[in-house]
Design a protein around this ligand. Structure first.
Ligand code: SF4
Ligand code: SF4
Length: 146
């Protein structure tokens, strides 16, 4: 009989302890969001894929076609092309693509770019159904933002 009461007391303590945890969670501030209906502001330190930076002064990109990013990329996922144009000093950027399927987000390209023409974007919803969806035309993207 004493075993019965002992089990009853132990069970009640356990039940109250569990209810305490539940009640504490009910009155605590909510830290989760109803994604994808709700979204949070991501940290500025987020590393999405690289993107050409839009110069706030000119509204254009800052790339000088030095090819440093393309040469240093260990995954060979950047393709940069430029051409000489009449009356323009230096080369004009004609192609800047990224194969994000190969990118390891190492950051070497961003660090090597002296004019700070590339940086990591803050996009994180990057799901897709084919590899082609992860081949980004960064020149087109920066022009669309201009
Ligand atoms: S993004 Fe930077 S490192 Fe790459 S080609 Fe342009 S200027 Fe050079
Ligand atoms: S972050 Fe690294 S792997 Fe990705 S494009 Fe830049 S250099 Fe290449």
């Amino acid at each position: 009989m004493s075993g019965y009461f002992s089990d009853l007391i132990t069970g009640s303590k356990s039940l109250l302890s569990g209810l305490g945890v539940t009640f504490k969670a009910m009155v605590s501030p909510v830290v989760t969001v109803q994604y994808p209906r709700e979204k949070i502001d991501v940290t500025p330190a987020i590393r999405g894929h690289i993107d050409l930076v839009k110069d706030e002064g000119t509204g254009a990109h800052r790339c000088i076609v030095c090819l440093s990013c393309m040469k240093i990329c260990p995954c060979q996922c950047i393709t940069v092309e430029g051409e000489k144009q009449e009356g323009v000093k230096g080369k004009v950027l004609t192609l800047f693509t990224l194969d994000f399927t190969k990118c390891s987000l190492c950051g070497l390209c961003v660090e090597s770019c002296r004019p700070r023409a590339i940086d990591f974007c803050s996009e994180y919803e990057l799901a897709g159904f084919s590899r082609e969806e992860f081949f980004y035309d960064l020149l087109k993207r920066v022009k669309e933002r201009a």
